[in-house]
Design a protein around this ligand. Structure first.
Ligand SMILES: Cc1ncc(COP(=O)(O)O)c(C=O)c1O
Length: 455
């Protein structure tokens, strides 16, 4: 009944340190992050709330920047972006990857230097592309032949040059410890190397006035724990890079290997640190370039999850506890919290595993296998599928889930018209609101027909 990897804890009060941001610890059973007790945070800002550990976020950003000192590190804003994050990323000397006009608007509002922004997206609109060119975005990662045509027309019309990279698919798909290397990838992103589309795209871009081809870009997946998949992809991408040099006569100055570096959501996960990743990726690139006798391009990477994921946790309040009988005389405790799939869709969407701990008190009770669920009208509304929680867990307890910084707030929805929680940053005993809690007025603001009801 319990997943094989899940062990019953010796002490149900204890935090598994490496799943939490670096400043997180418990004092008499109360979780403190950034010197702030989550009980105080909830008393001030309500529940549920995302708690963002500023020192931890900055430390992880800096660790990537320092480890990849000869390269550029683009923080992948899709993991979580707001003006505060853009500002911190800038202050820590990283670049920023955005993939829509909305994310670009956040970067602009935060005064992020546009030459250090990369714009992704498989279906960027004319408006998004025009805006990117006008405000001087440093690189546009081109994803289709239609986009090449759009950019050619736009740069002509605006009398500007766009610096671009080509998103290529190397036939490698990696998730966690597994990767698959095939000739083809059946997905929507990029130009296939094996079909010849990627070479043809390079030919068209290099033959277009107004477009400057900086290099090739490959992103192979997410939650990746070793570099074997990167190695296969890099060889294939550098083979194309060399062919472009030989046959088109253009030595591309850059290469981007994307993001996808894994983090520890539960005790199953054992991520590499940035220093180790830097050593391994740099070795893969330099050895492949040496064997092909080509200059080593300037490298860039795009970590999102590995920077912001562990820097946040979500604090919920328990609303109901239910014992549900299972087959074979077993039972499971269903602990319902005041959020759910609207603030963390990853469990429902990807079958992601999370962990949880009681965050507001110490307990002497035994642990039992429990499931943390949300308040939505979906039986798949699960936050933490399996966790040992104390048998005395009760209504009003605070429950904290670590590792919710990436793709939780950024994928949050208003399903069931639930209001999205705030993001509260904590540092040195101070809390500040980074994103405020939504209100019913926010929710109803787009319902313009409401006026008809009132009149
Ligand atoms: C092109 C690209 N770069 C970077 C990332 C960031 O991935 P992660 O947050 O897993 O590091 C993604 C995620 O989907 C991506 O599509």
């Amino acid at each position: 009944m319990r997943p094989e990897w899940l062990r019953e804890p010796a002490d149900v009060n204890a935090l598994v340190a490496h799943l939490w941001s670096t400043t997180a610890h418990k004092v008499d059973g109360v979780l403190e992050v950034g010197g702030v007790a989550v009980t105080d945070l909830v008393a001030t800002h309500g529940s549920p709330a995302y708690v963002l550990d500023e020192a931890d976020f900055r430390r992880r950003a800096r660790a990537f920047r320092d480890a990849f000192a000869g390269a550029d590190v683009y923080y992948a804003g899709k993991a979580f972006l707001c003006t505060t994050i853009a500002r911190w990323i800038n202050e820590e000397g990283l670049c920023l990857d955005v993939c829509t006009g909305g994310e670009l608007a956040v970067a602009e509002r935060a005064d992020f230097p546009m030459e250090r922004v990369g714009l992704h997206g498989n279906n960027k609109s004319l408006g998004e592309l025009a805006k990117a060119i006008e405000i001087g975005v440093g690189r546009i990662i081109v994803d289709s032949f239609d986009e090449i045509d759009r950019l050619a027309a736009l740069t002509r019309e605006l009398g500007r040059t766009a610096r671009v990279m080509l998103r290529v698919t190397a036939g490698v798909e990696a998730h966690t410890h597994e990767f698959i290397a095939t000739a083809h990838e059946d997905q929507k992103f990029g130009f296939s190397i094996s079909s010849g589309d990627a070479f043809e795209a390079a030919r068209r871009v290099t033959g277009t006035d107004g477009l400057e081809l900086l290099g090739l870009h490959s992103h192979i997946g997410s939650q990746i724990f070793d570099t074997a998949g990167f190695e296969v992809a890099t060889r294939r991408v550098l083979a194309l890079h060399a062919r472009i040099s030989d046959e088109i006569g253009v030595a591309l100055p850059q290469l981007d290997l994307g993001g996808g570096f894994g983090i520890a959501y539960t005790t199953q996960d054992d991520p590499s640190d940035p220093a180790q990743l830097a050593i391994e990726l740099t070795k893969i690139v330099t050895e492949e370039c040496r064997s092909r006798e080509i200059p080593v391009p300037h490298l860039s990477i795009e970590p999102g999850r590995a920077i912001v994921g562990p820097a946040m946790c979500t604090v919920y309040e328990v609303g109901t506890v239910k014992e549900v009988a299972l087959d074979g005389g077993h039972s499971r405790a269903y602990v319902s919290v005041d959020g759910g799939m609207s603030d963390n869709i990853r469990t429902a969407l990807y079958g992601a595993d999370y962990s949880a701990t009681v965050a507001s008190r110490v307990t002497g009770a035994e642990a039992r296998l429990s499931r943390v669920v949300g308040k939505h009208c979906e039986s798949g509304d699960i936050v933490v599928r399996d966790e040992f929680l104390p048998v005395d867990i009760q209504v009003g307890d605070l429950l904290a889930v670590p590792g919710t910084g990436a793709y939780c707030r950024s994928m949050a929805s208003n399903y069931n018209h639930v209001l999205r929680p705030p993001v509260i940053s904590v540092n040195d005993g101070e809390m500040s609101v980074v994103l405020r809690r939504e209100t019913l007025d926010d929710l109803l603001a787009t319902d313009v027909a409401m006026g008809d009801l009132e009149s």
